[in-house]
Design a protein around this ligand. Sequence first.
Ligand SMILES: Nc1nc2c(ncn2[C@@H]2O[C@H](COP(=O)(O)OP(=O)(O)OP(=O)(O)O)[C@@H](O)[C@H]2O)c(=O)[nH]1
Ligand SMILES: [Mg+2]
Length: 222
Amino acid sequence: MTKAKKIEVEKNVFARNDEIAKQNREYFDANNIFVVNLVSSPGSGKTTLLEVTLTELKERLDFFVIEGDLQTENDANRIRTTGVQAYQINTDGGCHLDSSMIQKALQYQKSCIKKNSVLFIENVGNLVCPSYFDLGEHKRVVVISVTEGDDKPIKYPNMFQSSDLCIINKIDLLEYVDFDIDRCVEYVKQVNSKLEIITLSTKTGENMGKWYEWIEKNQKSN
Ligand SMILES: Nc1nc2c(ncn2[C@@H]2O[C@H](COP(=O)(O)OP(=O)(O)OP(=O)(O)O)[C@@H](O)[C@H]2O)c(=O)[nH]1
Ligand SMILES: [Mg+2]
C-alpha cells in the first residue's frame, strides 16, 4: 500500500470512529449517563481502582462497567464481585477499544445501564493506541503507577494531552522505587497544563476521597 493510500485509510478509520463516538455521546447525554474512559499501561491498577470505588460508592450512585481486554473475563468477574454489573469486551489481539465496540455493548446492555448513572469503561492496557480513539466518553482518566517511572508523560504525550485527569497510583510504594512525584507532575504540566492530578493508593486508601469528589463533582456538572 502506498503511503498516501495508508494515510487515506487511517483518516477514514478515525472519521468513522468519531462519528460513532458522537452517536454514543448523544445517547449518554439523552439518558444523563456520565461516562469515564480509564486508560493506562497494563497493571497500573485500573481494575483495583474500580473495585474499591464501586464498593465505596455503590450505595450513593448507580454504576455499570464495560471492561476491555485482549482475552479473558477476569476483570469483569472482579467487578461483579462488588455487586456492580459488568460487560466484558475481548478485542482478540486489538490494542484498544473503539466506539463501535461500545455501541454494540450498549445495544446488548441497554436495559442494565440505568439513566442518571455512571458508566466506567476500562480500556485495554496500552499507553498509545487508546489515546486516538474517542469512545463517546465525557472524561478520560489516565492512570499511571509509581512503578512505571516518572517520565511517562513526556514519552507518551498524546495520552496525557487527551486526558482530563491523571491519577498517580500506588503511592504506598514510593519508598521502594525511584519515582519523583514532583518531576512527574512537572512532566504532566509540560504536555498538558490543564490536566488535573490526583496521587493516591488504592491499597491503603490514601487520597481516594479526592477521586470520589472528582467523580461526584463531574457527574453533577455533566
Ligand atoms: N502496592 C499497590 N499495589 C496496587 C495498587 N493498586 C493496584 N495494585 C496492584 O497492581 C496489580 C495490577 O492491578 P490491576 O488493577 O489488575 O491493574 P489494571 O490496570 O487493571 O491491569 P490491566 O487490566 O491488565 O491493564 C495488582 O496486583 C494490584 O493488587 C496500589 O495502590 N498499591
Ligand atoms: Mg484491569
